[in-house]
Design a protein. Structure first.
Lengths: 159, 290
């Protein structure tokens, strides 16, 4: 289901977060009963350094309207340098996809530590608001408009 | 040319190499040649039609040089940067290969080219190229020549596209990428596409959809440009071999602009210069991170 049509548009956001800081921070936001938009699906990974840019591409392919990537602040990485590598990688990725015509407003990168539940709430709310204004990412979904190749054998081929 | 042939003959005769990789006259212009006997050295040529970046053969994943003994390879200054890239990323050992550097005054866009080299006919990547003299080389041959002034049209086109709105850029690229048939010629010809298993060939999971539709094509070209960040030497081979005529150089140029501006990196023929991806500085700019 698209969530579009009769109902108002609700952005679908995929968040790739590191286990040690942002995931714990998001958990803290939850246990602290902070109110925030419910549009985010979190995917927990060991480190931002584990996040391949293709994860983001795949999220858009599967219908995400926006993506959040979040991890430990510089100098706080559990593996010492994963976030520094990720910072270079996503600086390049962000400018590349912008060049290809994907609005960089659909991407949020943030550092959220384990104690920053309130910052996580703000990152989520800000991203959801921004993507809501940009609208559904129909351009990406319409990249494949061919009908599905499989059909029931014996069925009439539609004219 | 005499100098090049004599050097190749001498290297083969004295047995310091068993194969010289260079260019020869073919039925449709210049083409790569593997010279294995001293008397065959007369086949070698070097002129502005020698556009191929022969460093692509050096990748340890490619079968062409297996069992051909020690190799000498002809490199233009830009090709030498690709060799430096392979050494930098430990794909090739410096002492494994003899480099014959050729002084270069620019090449034509096409190995078939019949035009004389001029500011109009020169390959776009040669516009503004500062490298006349190969530095990463064991032997240097050829005559010194003048280069051609920049900026390249490709560089200008990158700036033009950057001035457009994201929606207009999207339309531009969808039109261009629609011609991609996913033949992967851009990957095969690239000296720095050397992964043992390409992400485009992985099926569990299928990261890059293999169908030549908009979604698969976009994923492939994002992936390719990302993998060439800090590696691309702007030799233009991907664009030359693309059967769809897609301006692939614009993507690698855009990425090169980012690594240049943010991390101060330019393609270098010094293998000791660290790659901008795989290294980092604590003070790297992070204005885009909340």
């Amino acid at each position: 289901m698209d969530g579009e049509g009769a109902r108002p548009f609700e952005p679908r956001i995929t968040a790739f977060v590191c286990n040690w800081c942002t995931y714990t921070g998001a958990d803290l936001a939850g246990t602290s009963r902070l109110q925030m938009a419910a549009n985010v699906r979190i995917i927990r990974l060991p480190c931002t350094g584990r996040i391949d840019p293709m994860f983001i591409v795949k999220a858009f392919e599967r219908g995400a309207d926006g993506v959040i990537v979040s991890g430990c602040h510089p100098a706080d990485c559990h593996y010492n340098a994963g976030n520094y590598h990720a910072r270079r990688r996503f600086a390049i990725f962000r400018e590349l996809v912008d060049f290809l015509g994907i609005d960089p407003g659909r991407l949020t990168f943030s550092w959220v530590s384990a104690s920053e539940g309130a910052k996580w709430r703000d990152v989520v709310n800000e991203t959801v608001d921004r993507v809501r204004r940009l609208g559904p990412f129909t351009a990406y979904r319409e990249l494949v408009t061919d009908p599905p190749v499989t059909r029931v054998i014996g069925e009439e081929v539609p004219a | 040319m005499r100098e090049l042939r004599d050097l190749a003959r001498r290297l083969l005769e004295e047995g310091s190499v068993q194969t010289v990789l260079g260019w020869e006259e073919g039925p449709r212009g210049a083409r790569p040649v593997f010279v294995r006997r001293p008397e065959e050295a007369e086949r070698l040529i070097f002129d502005p039609r020698c556009v191929h970046n022969l460093a692509a053969y050096l990748s340890p994943r490619r079968p062409h040089l297996k069992g051909l003994g020690r190799i000498a390879i002809c490199v233009k200054p830009c090709d030498a940067k690709a060799v430096a890239g392979l050494i930098r990323e430990t794909q090739v050992a410096r002492d494994q290969v003899v480099l014959i550097g050729l002084r270069c005054g620019g090449v034509l866009p096409d190995p078939e080219g019949r035009e004389t080299l001029s500011g109009e006919t020169v390959a776009d990547r040669c516009r503004g190229c500062p490298d006349r003299e190969p530095r990463l080389a064991d032997h240097v041959v050829g005559t010194a020549a003048e280069g051609f002034p920049g900026p390249s049209r490709r560089q200008q086109k990158v700036e033009e596209l950057l001035a457009l709105s994201p929606d207009d850029r999207w339309r531009f690229w969808q039109q261009e990428l629609a011609r991609c048939v996913r033949c992967h010629a851009c990957r095969q010809v690239c000296p720095l596409c050397f992964c043992e298993q390409c992400i485009a060939d992985k099926t569990r999971p299928r990261w890059v959809e293999s169908s030549a539709h908009g979604r698969g094509n976009l994923a492939w070209h994002i992936s390719r440009a990302m993998h060439l960040a800090g590696r691309c030497v702007d030799c233009g081979e991907c664009e030359r071999v693309c059967p769809g005529g897609i301006p692939l150089g614009l993507l690698t140029r855009r990425v090169a602009k980012t690594v240049g501006e943010r991390f101060g990196w330019r393609p270098s023929d010094d293998p000791a210069v660290p790659s901008p991806v795989g290294t980092w500085r604590p003070e790297d700019p992070q204005e885009f991170i909340l």
